[in-house]
Design a protein around this ligand. Structure first.
Ligand SMILES: Nc1ncnc2c1ncn2[C@@H]1O[C@H](COP(=O)(O)OP(=O)(O)O)[C@@H](O)[C@H]1O
Ligand SMILES: [Mg+2]
Length: 271
């Protein structure tokens, strides 16, 4: 990279990043697929109960970065991580870190809704059953109902819990996947372009849902949609060729970015 695109974790005067509010702290993170450096020297703070949007062109490392936050990249062979990712003050890459517990606390929703080919109920009950989060059947039903309510899906599915989840619309399937993530009581929800397969109405429903989830969870969303980033998030980071070009309060990024590249990208002149 040229020196003009120096990595920055800029102090923000109008919306300061607060250490007390920090949920995840990323310090000097490098990530490799084999020899290929896919993320270079990323430092970022994910604030509690706020929405952080990650933007940038295809292939610039957004998904890779997201997967670093709950060690989903561990499943890809030949990868290497350098630097630190702290969650709750602990380095998630330290030897002995509990990866199963990490993935419960830092859940993930993907680009295409991926319900299991099972009933709506069983989709939501899956995680709690595996982790033994319920004492009895009634407990489990309460978790399922609560999760579906939080995902603003309950009223649409309450009479069809035994039906196959694949019979739902795509937008409903994505809300189901969010409910499935919520069911194991996470603290952070990572969303990788969760609306890219959805129509505009389903997209707005997910955005509204994100706003309501924000009171209980930290959300990190990758999006190609500039309006979505500017509408829905408090902080925005622009990735470019594996680097974090600028990370700042969303309002600052969209009104007075400090990097020329950010301005070019959000106005459609670059990328
Ligand atoms: N499983 C993988 N193995 C090797 N290279 C990968 C893999 N996944 C992604 N990459 C490469 O890493 C870079 C970043 O990809 P990705 O994180 O998917 O970007 P984005 O989500 O911003 O589109 C790209 O060059 C991509 O080709
Ligand atoms: Mg991606």
């Amino acid at each position: 990279m040229t020196s003009a695109r120096k990595i920055t974790l800029r102090a923000v005067s109008d919306s300061p990043l607060s250490e007390d509010m920090e949920k995840i702290r990323v310090e000097s993170l490098n990530f490799y697929y084999g020899q290929k450096l896919a993320l270079s020297n990323i430092s970022m703070s994910i604030q509690d109960r706020l929405i952080t949007a990650l933007i940038g062109p295809s292939g610039c490392g957004k998904s890779t970065f997201l997967r670093c936050l709950n060690r989903m990249n561990d499943t890809i062979r030949g990868t290497k991580v350098e630097g630190r990712v702290e969650f709750g003050g602990q380095d998630i890459y330290s030897p002995g870190a509990d990866v199963v517990e990490l993935r419960r606390r830092v859940g993930m929703v993907f680009q295409r809704p991926n319900p299991f080919p099972q009933s709506i109920f069983d989709n939501i009950a899956f995680g709690p059953r595996v982790l033994g989060l319920h004492a009895n059947k009634r407990d489990l039903s309460e978790i399922v109902e609560g999760s579906l309510r939080s995902a603003v899906l309950w009223d649409e599915v309450r009479d069809r819990l035994k039906e196959n989840a694949l019979g739902l619309s795509l937008g409903q399937q994505q809300r189901l996947c969010i409910a499935r993530t919520i069911a194991v009581k996470p603290e952070v929800i990572l969303m990788d372009e969760p609306c890219s397969a959805l129509d505009p109405i389903a997209t707005l429903q997910i955005e509204e849902l994100m706003r309501s989830l924000k009171k209980d969870y930290s959300i990190v969303i990758v999006t190609h949609n500039m309006q979505q980033a500017s509408r829905a998030s408090e902080y925005t980071g622009l990735f470019w060729l594996g680097e974090l070009v600028e990370f700042n309060a969303t309002e600052t990024i969209f009104t007075r970015p400090s990097q020329k590249l950010t301005e070019d990208y959000i106005t459609g002149r670059a990328g």
